[in-house]
Design a protein around this ligand. Structure first.
Ligand code: SF4
Length: 675
């Protein structure tokens, strides 16, 4: 019998996580020593191994922390080979325990690099090999039971032709040998159709299901249970923390240690996934699955007296939903930044939660009359979701979650989103991560501010462990030059955009393209792109503009192939992007990346610091900006052979006293101030 994974973060410590019996340091020393098996990597067709003392130091630090059951925060600059440095001790540690080590990353790119490149090499090099698995959320997999159920319902004409076609396409793929993982599907299906056939929390019969043995999701989970390393992402990890205890099955297996790579994002990731997020589109699509009055379709389109009551209730809630979101849109309407913070309950009437609770009772009644187990499982999940929406609308409108910040934001395509986020995630992380149940390792290339990890560790409440900063392996003095032109108007000046464009022309010309031009907002990015399109045309340089239709992955592919091309990129290009070689020889920082002070979460965090007697600028906004600035500059030098320039087009770096703090955070290299 397959044992289901225990829920993580229960009060009991992981059975063997604190046993401290695993003496892995000698093995790690040997692995990164003069007789390292990595020296033969080239013979096996893998890239040539390059000895780096920092990599060895990092691996040994991690081995020691794991052995002692302590936490570790370690800044590992680009180029030291940090993934090997944590994977080796993690694999050796897990092999000595019955539970896996979870490795969590922010980006899919890094997960793919770990699973498809690094782990296969190390598996061959570590004695006896090790097992690894990629853990994704349930909704990535087809649920066979739901797929058959949806096919039946399609025959009863409960879905429109488009949805019925989507369900048919997925069923055809599965009967043709499809492996049930959406990422391997090879064709697109609309979100509605997918939502009718995918696995869902609260909609799984587990071992009682007739498809359990062949179930794609549970098959994947069995590989997690057998794995030494389970690779996942921060979103799933923090969601698993949020829902721990509320679901029959945990989202991730119990672990003997957790390693966070790209740990610089964990404050925001934890805040976003441990909070609340609602939007009109998602809410109304859920209701329309029950009954769509415009299309006369939905699960309750037919179905006796219960169906009549439910259809009336859904139609009523759809109307109330429009009223509710319109009231919020009216509040947001005149806000230039598209956000509104709510400080007291009563900003809109709670029109939805009671109606949703009544709807839940009606579905419950229908469920009690249902003799088919498949149908009643499906209905139970609708009851659970309806109750969850009722709670969330109540919690948001009445602001019942303590120490949370509440706000509404005009989302993409004008769709309003509602948020509640914990103001301080230290307590959540203290209870769930830094609680002594298992060692936790945090690493990233950029964690320090003013050559110290104190700021980062303080923000997330890192405790019970050491913090370490490793030296760079690059020779920045010979690889990078910084240019700071003197006379660019400040951002609030009327000539700012013209002067900024002059600066971009000047520095892009120095490298004939091959540049990232990094912006802090889309408004300036689009305005500069418009002003400079002809310039790039004349120069024969391809301009790739963030937000012009191409997604980030495709923009980067084009950028790598077209060596002279230039990217105008906003926030997501400042970090997590790796372009080694000539294609990226120039990084232009258009503006120092301060957070938007009026954003509700930034504003609330700033207020808390001030209330506690600190300075929100010095203790929060400046260090955050320095971290982003370092990340932006960090795009340039990715290997020992990379060379290039950075141009900083924000005169505040020389004119304001805080500019020195930015300059002192740059690796030592030549800084040229130009006229
Ligand atoms: S075991 Fe759960 S997820 Fe798998 S097919 Fe059955 S109900 Fe669906």
């Amino acid at each position: 019998m397959i044992m289901l994974a225990k829920k993580p973060n229960t009060a009991e410590p992981a059975a063997d996580a604190t046993a401290n019996t695993a003496n892995i340091t000698p093995l790690v020393e040997k692995f990164f020593g003069t007789e390292s098996p990595l020296r033969n990597a080239e013979k096996h067709g893998y890239p040539k191994y390059e000895e780096r003392p920092q990599q060895r130091e990092m691996a040994l630090n991690i081995a020691t922390a794991l052995e002692k059951g302590e936490n570790l925060c370690i800044e590992a600059p680009t180029g030291i080979g940090k993934s090997y440095a944590y994977l080796v001790p993690a694999a050796l540690f897990a092999k000595k325990h019955s539970l896996p080590v979870i490795v969590s990353t922010e980006t899919i790119n890094l997960q793919e690099q770990l699973v498809h490149k690094d782990i296969p090499v190390l598996d061959k090099m570590i004695e006896g090999g090790f097992k690894a698995a990629l853990a994704k959320g349930r909704s990535h997999y087809v649920c066979l039971r739901r797929m058959h159920f949806a096919q039946e319902k399609a025959k009863e004409e409960l879905f429109d032709d488009n949805v019925a076609g989507g369900i048919r396409d997925v069923a055809r793929w599965i009967s043709g040998g499809g492996e049930g993982d959406r990422s391997q599907m090879g064709f697109q299906t609309d979100p509605y159709s997918w939502s009718m056939v995918c696995c869902e929390t609260g909609n799984c019969m587990g071992p009682k299901c007739q498809h359990y043995r062949d179930c794609f999701y549970w098959r994947a989970r069995r590989t997690w249970d057998e794995a030494d390393i389970v690779v996942t992402n921060h979103a799933l990890l923090f969601t698993s923390i949020k829902v721990a205890g509320s679901s029959e099955y945990s989202l991730l297996p119990e672990s003997c240690a957790i390693v966070f790579d790209e740990a610089h994002t964990i404050e925001n990731e934890a805040s976003s996934h441990c909070g609340l997020r609602l939007n009109k589109l998602g809410f109304e699509s859920f209701l329309r699955k029950l009954f769509d009055p415009d299309k006369s379709r939905g699960i309750f389109f037919k179905g006796g007296t219960a169906g009549i009551e439910i259809r009336a209730a859904v139609s009523n809630i759809l109307e109330l939903s429009s009223l509710y979101f319109n009231s919020i849109d009216n509040i947001i309407h005149d806000r230039k930044d598209g956000t509104t913070r709510f400080r007291n309950p009563g900003f809109v009437q709670d029109l939805l939660s009671e109606e949703l609770s009544s709807l839940s009772k009606l579905i419950q009644k229908a469920c009690e009359l249902e003799s088919d187990e498949n149908a009643s499982t499906e209905l139970k999940s609708y009851i659970m979701k309806t109750d969850a929406f009722a709670n969330e609308f109540h919690n948001f409108t009445c602001m019942t979650l303590e120490n949370h910040v509440y706000w509404a934001e005009r989302g993409e395509r004008g769709k309003t989103e509602l948020f509640a986020a914990p103001l301080d995630i230290r307590e959540i992380l203290g209870e769930n991560l830094f609680n002594g149940q298992r060692p936790v390792v945090l690493t990233s290339a950029t964690l320090s501010v003013k050559k110290s990890l104190q700021y980062f560790c303080g923000r997330i409440g890192f405790a019970a462990g050491e913090s370490v900063m490793l030296d760079t392996v690059f020779d920045y003095a010979s690889q990078m030059k910084i240019y700071i032109p003197k006379d660019i108007a400040p951002p609030e000046h009327q000539n700012y955009l013209d002067e900024l464009c002059d600066g971009i022309r000047r520095y892009v010309s120095r490298t004939h393209g091959k540049a990232f031009v990094l912006f802090t907002n889309f408004e300036h990015l689009r305005a500069c792109a418009e002003k400079l399109r002809d310039f790039f045309k004349e120069k024969g340089i391809t301009l790739l503009v963030h937000g012009d239709g191409l997604d980030r992955t495709r923009m980067l592919d084009k950028f790598r192939k077209d060596v002279d091309s230039v990217i105008f990129g906003a926030a997501s290009f400042w970090s997590g992007v790796d372009v080694p070689g000539e294609s990226l020889s120039n990084v232009i920082i258009t503006k120092l990346p301060f957070l938007v002070p009026s954003h509700p979460l930034v504003e609330a965090r700033s207020e808390t610091i001030e209330k506690e007697g600190g300075s929100s600028f010095t203790d929060y906004q400046l260090p955050e900006a320095i971290l982003r600035f370092r990340q932006g500059i960090g795009r340039l030098i990715r290997t020992k052979t990379d060379r290039g320039i950075v141009a900083i087009l924000d005169s505040r770096i020389t004119k304001k006293s805080y500019g020195k703090a930015f300059l002192s955070s740059i690796p030592e290299c030549e800084v040229i101030k130009e006229e």
